[in-house]
Design a protein around this ligand. Structure first.
Ligand SMILES: Cc1ncc(COP(=O)(O)O)c(C=O)c1O
Length: 361
């Protein structure tokens, strides 16, 4: 019999006094929308990722949409991407009137299968969107090679991978990176997003598109949107960015503890490739007969998440793809469960999660 504890949430944003003070400062300045804090946040984020430019937006979804639009992706184009992701990875392609082409995943990393990506290239393919799912980088060596060989734009959906590295290089610096600052992410601004790039033309276009397509004040030269980040959000982002490496260290420490202590044969633990820094946005395990396991977690007050229960090509909005079979992703959708790994977990809570998971029969 396991002794009951208070509920352990699946995510908890790390907010401190400095962040509250930063918001107050912006409120007192009177500049609430995109202003000097956004510029400062963009500069610091670009430096952190190791790119020339960063363009802030008001969500990860608007970052993805703006990146595709800035790269000139449009009707008639095909964009290859992973079916095992959040809907925005593919809906941003529809927003440009282009066609998503879905790929299966590597069942160990849950990221796009590069061989299949190459097989699905047609003369209409213009871009590949990879997703560094759960904070584990994709096989970037292969993906970059494919994009170079076939002259394709490379968009990295790094919405779950702030600070993750592939062979010592930060994700978001291989192609056009898109980040989300939603509250459950490795760092947050409430709602928010960022595009990272070394391409000055893309950066210039992205700055216009996020601000109604304006080249100068009230001079609209391209289709744009109101995708601007507020200075309030940027002030939170600046304070969060200072702590990002610490947040990631805690996540990695927690996941390492789980990998050492979980010994239930019914559970498959997360894989970490040798040449990456996995930042554990999620600590995702696999279990057969998942419903029974979820009840076990719920009965013991442990929060969990299923990311994602349905592959994108089986979503009703994509019903023209419903005949398509992508077996690894479909299989993973039935078995994945994410357990709490956020920085606010105490040693005692980690021990409790291990006790509960190991006791599952
Ligand atoms: C992989 C992935 N792509 C895109 C997004 C969209 O980001 P946002 O919720 O900030 O629009 C998210 C966040 O939920 C995500 O996890």
């Amino acid at each position: 019999m396991i002794a009951k504890r208070e509920h352990i949430p699946i995510a908890k944003p790390g907010i401190d006094e400095e962040m509250i003070g930063a918001i107050e400062e912006v409120l007192n300045s009177g500049i609430l929308t995109q202003g000097p804090k956004v510029r400062e946040f963009e500069e610091e984020f670009a430096e952190y990722i190791g790119v020339e430019y960063a363009v802030a937006t008001n969500s990860g979804t608007s970052a993805l949409h703006t990146a595709l639009s800035s790269l000139g992706i449009r009707k008639g184009d095909e964009v290859i991407t992973s079916t095992f992701s959040f809907i925005s990875t593919a809906s941003c392609v529809l927003m440009q009137g282009a066609k998503p082409v879905f790929c299966d995943i590597d069942p160990k990393t849950y990221n796009i299968n590069p061989d299949e990506t190459e097989r699905k290239i047609s003369d209409r393919t213009k871009a590949v969107i990879v997703v560094h799912l759960y904070g584990h980088p994709c096989d970037m060596r292969r993906v970059v090679e494919i994009c170079e060989d076939y002259d394709l734009a490379l968009i990295e959906d790094a919405c779950q991978a702030h600070g993750a590295e592939y062979e010592g290089k930060k994700v978001g610096s291989f192609g056009e990176g898109c980040f989300s600052f939603y509250p459950t992410k490795n760092m947050t601004t409430g709602e928010g997003g960022m595009i990272t790039t070394n391409n000055d033309k893309v950066a210039k276009m992205a700055r216009m598109i996020r601000d109604h397509g304006q080249r100068g004040r009230y001079l609209h030269t391209t289709l744009g949107y109101n995708y601007r980040m507020t200075d309030i959000a940027a002030a939170i982002g600046l304070a969060q960015l200072k702590r990002l490496d610490w947040f990631n260290e805690q996540r990695i420490k927690n996941a390492t503890y789980y990998n050492r202590k979980l010994n239930n044969e019914r559970i498959q633990k997360p894989f970490i490739a040798e040449n990456v820094k996995h930042v554990f946005h999620q600590c995702t395990i696999r279990v057969k007969e998942r419903d029974r396991f979820l009840i076990h977690l719920k009965n013991n007050d442990i929060g969990y998440g299923v990311y994602y229960p349905t592959p994108i090509h089986k979503q009703p909005i994509f019903n023209e793809y419903n005949e398509l079979t992508l077996p690894e992703a479909e299989h993973a959708c039935k078995e994945v469960v994410s357990i709490p790994v956020h920085p606010a977990l105490s040693k005692e809570k980690l021990e409790y999660v291990v006790e509960v998971v190991n006791a599952y029969e």
